[in-house]
Write a protein that binds this ligand. Structure first.
Ligand code: URA
Ligand code: SF4
Length: 213
């Protein structure tokens, strides 16, 4: 018998294991890596200058077996204080978006490109994204969701290795290592541009349909 190992096969296999209640792990330089181990590692990270100004590392939270993962940009002030993603004003709006899918926060997984807050909520710098993105990649590999929803341009560009404007790509389904990826606006942008909220609702409807498939 010929067995070809593709990333899709591996994903289906790990999903089947997860459904049986077996904790997911991948091998990282020969050693098993779990989401808890990764979290411990990231909490001690000093790989970029943001380590010096952060109050807390914001690793991410939610269901580690979630079918849907949201990826934001970076922690803001409230997130930095609490050590949790999307707990400020933008977080309230994200909660509402999740509700439109018919889900709650606990049903999904929420994380960011950067795990530490850029001072004054400035945009992530190139070297910070480079230093941090491996954690996000491993996180997604471990969670192995059915769908990824990126919030704003930074998450989209980091995952796909491109440099696109969000207004050009939003709502257009693409994929990340075989996992369907739907980009939508960042909730902070939606707070400033309320006329765009209808498009975000449409994206949530699309996510709902995709999750049903
Ligand atoms: N904005 C983000 O991108 N992430 C958060 O966690 C909070 C606000
Ligand atoms: Fe490490 Fe990422 Fe925090 Fe930089 S932002 S210190 S790379 S966890």
């Amino acid at each position: 018998m010929k067995l070809s190992i593709t990333s899709q096969n591996v994903r289906n296999f790990t999903r089947a294991l997860k459904n049986m209640g077996v904790d997911a792990y991948i091998f990282d330089r020969g050693a098993p890596m779990t989401i808890l181990k990764l979290r411990k590692e990231v909490r001690q990270c000093m790989k970029c200058a943001l380590a010096a100004t952060r109050r807390n590392v914001v690793f991410g939270e939610g269901d580690v077996n979630a079918q849907l993962v949201f990826v934001g940009e970076a922690p803001g002030e409230e997130e930095d204080i609490q050590g949790r993603p999307f707990v400020g004003r933008a977080g309230k709006l994200l909660d509402q978006l999740i509700e439109r899918i018919g889900l709650g926060r606990g049903d999904v997984y929420i994380c960011n490109v950067l795990k530490c807050r850029p001072p004054g909520n400035r945009d992530p710098e190139e070297q910070e994204r480079e230093a941090c993105k491996g954690y996000l990649f491993t996180q997604l590999e471990l969670i192995n969701p059915k769908i990824i929803c990126t919030l704003g341009r930074h998450a989209y560009n980091t995952l796909l290795g491109v440099d696109e404007r969000i207004t050009r790509v939003r709502g257009v389904l693409t994929s990340y290592h075989g996992i369907p990826l739907l980009p939508t606006y960042h909730p902070s942008f939606l707070l400033r541009n309320q006329d765009k909220i209808k498009e975000a609702w449409e994206d949530m409807e699309k996510l709902k349909q995709l999750l049903r498939k």
